[in-house]
Each structure stands twice: as C-alpha cells, then as structure tokens.
Design a protein around this ligand. Structure first.
Ligand SMILES: Cc1cc2nc3c(=O)[nH]c(=O)nc-3n(C[C@H](O)[C@H](O)[C@H](O)COP(=O)(O)OP(=O)(O)OC[C@H]3O[C@@H](n4cnc5c(N)ncnc54)[C@H](O)[C@@H]3O)c2cc1C
Length: 274
C-alpha cells in the first residue's frame, strides 16, 4: 500500500489545557479552500504516527500505513488566507486525537482539500434581523470562534449571545479574545459557564452549572432586554450529544423547531458524535 501523502504542515500548537489545544495548519504548496464560518474539514494522520503521553493503550494497534481521518470545525476566519485553525479536544482512547496531541510545530499532517457543512448563518435559513444564541460545550466552541471573528461587525440591532460550557475555567479557550469582543460590541453577550467550580484553584466568579441552566436563568433576556423566542431568534448548538438533546428538549417546549433537511427551523445543531 502507498504511504499516505501528508500535504500540510503544523505551524502553531497552543495547549489550552492538557486536553484541549489550538492547532494551526498550512497547506504545503497548494491554496486553502474557500469556506464559510461554521463549516468543517477533515484532518488525518497515519496509524504509524505516535500517540501522546495521556493516550490510553490502543487495542488493537492501528494499521501503520492507513490514514486515520476525522472531521474538525474550522475555528479561523475565511478572511485569513494563511492557515486553518482548529480547536481540538483529546479523547484518550480515540484513534486520531491522541496522535494530533503529539504533533509538534513543523510536523506534517493530511488536510482534506474539501470543506463541507451547513452549520452557518445562511441568509436563506436565518433572517438577517434574527437575534442569535450560540451554545457550545468544550471544543464545540470552534465554529463560533470562526463566526464571531468574521462577523465582528454584526449590525447593532442583531443581538448575539454566546454561551460556552466547560467543566473547569481552565478549559475556557479563547476566553480573553471573546471578552475583548464583548467589550468592543454592545450587541454581544458572552457567558462562560463552569460545571465543576469547586475544583478550580481560585473561586470562579461567573455562571455555574450547565449551558441549559444559563438558558433557563433568564441571563440572555436580562442582557438583551427581550427573551429569545422563535419569532426573534435562531439558536445554534455545537457540542456533546447529551447537551444538544437536552437543549433541544428545552427549546421545543418553548416553541422552537429544529431545522432538518426537509423543514426549516430556528434551531441548528452540529453533531460531533452520536
Ligand atoms: C462535523 C464535525 C466537526 C467536528 N469538529 C470538532 C472540533 O472542532 N474539535 C474537536 O475536538 N472535535 C471535533 N469533532 C470530533 C472529531 O471528528 C473526532 O471525533 C474527535 O477528535 C475524536 O477523534 P478520535 O479519532 O480520537 O476518536 P473517535 O473515534 O472519533 O471518537 C471516539 C469517541 O470520543 C468522543 N468524542 C468525539 N469527539 C469529541 C470531542 N470533541 N470532545 C469530547 N469527546 C469527543 C465520542 O464519544 C466518540 O464516540 C467533529 C466531528 C464532526 C462530525
């Protein structure tokens, strides 16, 4: 079997915590594909690539010549044509993520030339004047980082709330940049929420619990002066299936409808895994 061609290079690797990292990848000798904020692309490494120290044993071992590929939301903005940025969580017993966590700057990686996905503010699906609630857990923040940095100049009448749920405050990647965006834009509300504040080294002063608790607490209504409702808002959800299902239940009870291939709706969900 031919060895897989690793057609891109890692140019930045920032550890947010031992289980979360920001990775920048640059195509080697070819141009970045066009994309829209919210879309995803595949990364890959061969089974022969070594796994990070926090990885659990792999049984059976991966085929060294086979490319292991997975989808990743693009966290960078398409305005930047130099690199693609990814926000990756470590799954210690997974095939690809422990190999990604062992990458160093200058290492080679496979990057798909094709971008795909429909998790985006498409004018035909999301009215221009709809307010937006973006709800993420952990690395599910990635597509929203791309959206926020691209659409920093949202018209002021469009209100945007971003709720990011994590276990510990150290897992709040992009926090300082999101705080700066909130400071610069009167129509943005950023609500980080921590579910295990008792394990933080210093007392956490922000919201506690889960993203669902933030939704139910009325924090968005307080910030916006109006409650997000199907008539005035679209909700984007990205993260664990448990959180997505539970948020969908809450939203359905409040009259929201999930967008499907057949039917339009005000709730848009990106599924990272089932
Ligand atoms: C459209 C799409 C976009 C994605 N974007 C991202 C992204 O931006 N960042 C990212 O870290 N992952 C993302 N993923 C998940 C990613 O494709 C991999 O599944 C993940 O990196 C684990 O890969 P793996 O080979 O180690 O384990 P896999 O065999 O792929 O997964 C094993 C198990 O790990 C769990 N898992 C998978 N992804 C995660 C995760 N992100 N956080 C916690 N547990 C997880 C699930 O229980 C899954 O069954 C995305 C998936 C899809 C479908």
């Amino acid at each position: 079997m031919d060895k897989p061609i690793l057609n891109a290079v890692v140019t930045l690797r920032n550890e947010v915590s031992p289980w979360l990292m920001i990775l920048n990848v640059v195509p080697d000798g070819w141009d970045l594909p066009d994309y829209v904020p919210g879309q995803f692309i595949s990364l890959g490494l061969p089974g022969s690539a070594s796994r990070c120290a926090l990885a659990e044993p792999e049984i059976p071992p991966a085929d060294p010549d086979k490319l292991i590929k997975r989808a990743y939301s693009i966290a960078s903005s398409p305005m930047n044509r130099e690199f693609l940025e990814f926000y990756v969580a470590l799954v210690p017993d997974g095939p690809l993520s422990p190999r990604l966590f062992n990458l160093k700057i200058g290492d080679r990686i496979w990057l798909s030339p094709k971008v795909t996905g429909k998790f985006m503010f498409d004018d035909s699906r999301v009215p221009k004047d709809a307010n937006l609630v973006l709800i993420a857990t952990s690395s599910g923040l990635a597509p929203f980082v791309s959206m926020m940095s691209t659409y920093l100049k949202f018209p002021p009448q469009r209100r945007v709330a971003l709720i990011h749920g994590v276990r510990h405050s150290r897992d709040l990647g992009y926090r300082s940049i999101l705080m700066a965006m909130e400071h610069l834009r009167t129509n943005l509300t950023y609500i980080p929420v921590v579910s295990r504040p008792e394990e933080d080294p210093v007392p956490w002063k922000g919201a506690t619990g889960h993203v669902q608790d933030v939704w139910k607490s009325g924090a968005i209504e307080k910030a916006w002066g109006t409650r997000p409702a199907p008539e005035n808002a679209h909700v984007f959800i990205c993260g664990s299936p448990g959180m997505s299902e539970s948020m969908l239940e809450i939203l359905r009870r409040e009259g929201f409808k999930e967008e499907t291939k057949q039917e339009p709706g005000q709730v848009h969900v990106e599924k990272y895994w089932k």
